[in-house]
Design a protein around this ligand. Structure first.
Ligand SMILES: C[S@@+](CC[C@H](N)C(=O)[O-])C[C@H]1O[C@@H](n2cnc3c(N)ncnc32)[C@H](O)[C@@H]1O
Length: 274
């Protein structure tokens, strides 16, 4: 379907993509997420997610014909670059966009059932860091990811793109949402991990931290690695709820690594069988 009007209501879900806060609200209200780039759209479809519509400029139509054929009845919206840009707010240089149904959220029990190595993201609110952690986790043998209530949405457009679509393949769940009486269940969720047989290790440069290559960290059958936010790091509550604190020794004059870089180093060092 050819778009000619920037205010066409049929493509409201694609409008003002540059406004991150508004998008998060709008996406949640619509129960959708946006897959951006032909490769990410294909990965989302391969993961079994259902498209609601496709949105792309004329010149990408031909390269996606087999995708459209596999999803008859799903609207394909197209237009000139200028019209599409007036809707999204930016130039669509990565090919296609697709509005996808948000998959049913997994429960922590589901994602943990067979996991041996788990990453726990506490207040990782930056979509780029979150996406990069997912990519490292998927590439370095982490089986599942838990995200705390204040962490960014793994299905936000930028998280998906930076993760290279690994947010579709690595099982993840939100933990520690407030209970019915408004009490936050974070960081109590870490106790549930321990009860499930995990050793909970907070990656943080605390006074009591052991070095990442400490022999005591080897051979844990089930290990959960807690990562903190860029500024504050792992909170005092989560540190207290962890079994051990782990530091990556830093060269003098450098305080810390970016959280995504730290995650990759730790995932590799503490991989199973290392
Ligand atoms: C940039 S750091 C937070 C700031 C840090 N608390 C500080 O004092 O500068 C973000 C997160 O990355 C991880 N991290 C970064 N560098 C680390 C290191 N050298 N050892 C262990 N964890 C590290 C931790 O999980 C930390 O919470």
């Amino acid at each position: 379907m050819e778009l000619t009007d920037a205010d066409d209501p049929r493509v409201a879900v694609y409008s003002r993509l540059t406004d991150a806060a508004l998008r998060r609200r709008t996406d949640a209200d619509h129960g959708i997420y946006l897959a951006e780039s032909s490769a990410v759209v294909r990965r989302a479809l391969a993961a079994g997610h259902r498209p609601r519509s496709f949105f792309l400029s004329h010149r990408y139509l031909e390269s996606m014909t087999e995708v459209f054929a596999a999803h008859p009845g799903v609207p394909v919206y197209t237009g000139t670059d200028a019209v599409l840009e007036s809707i999204t707010g930016f130039h669509l240089h990565r090919g296609a966009l697709a509005a996808m149904d948000r998959p049913h959220p997994l429960s922590p029990d589901e994602v943990l059932s067979r996991a041996r190595r788990v990453a726990v993201l506490e207040n990782v609110s930056d979509h780029t860091n979150l996406g990069a952690i997912f990519r490292s986790a998927a590439g370095l043998g982490v089986d599942a990811i838990l995200v705390s209530p204040e962490s960014a949405d793994p299905l936000y457009r930028r998280s998906i793109r930076v993760s290279m679509g690994t947010v579709f393949s690595i099982p993840w769940a939100r933990v520690g949402e407030a209970d019915g009486r408004g009490r936050a269940a974070w960081p109590a969720a870490l106790d549930q991990l321990r009860a499930a047989g995990f050793t909970v290790a907070a990656l943080e440069l605390s006074e009591s931290a052991v070095d990442l290559d400490d022999p005591s960290l080897r051979d844990h059958e089930r290990l959960a690695l807690v990562l903190g936010a860029e500024g504050p790091g792992v909170t005092a509550g989560a540190l207290a709820a962890s079994d051990v604190h782990v530091r990556i020794p830093m060269a003098s004059g450098v305080d810390s690594l970016n959280v995504a870089a730290a995650s990759a180093v730790a995932f590799w060092e503490l991989r199973r069988g290392a």
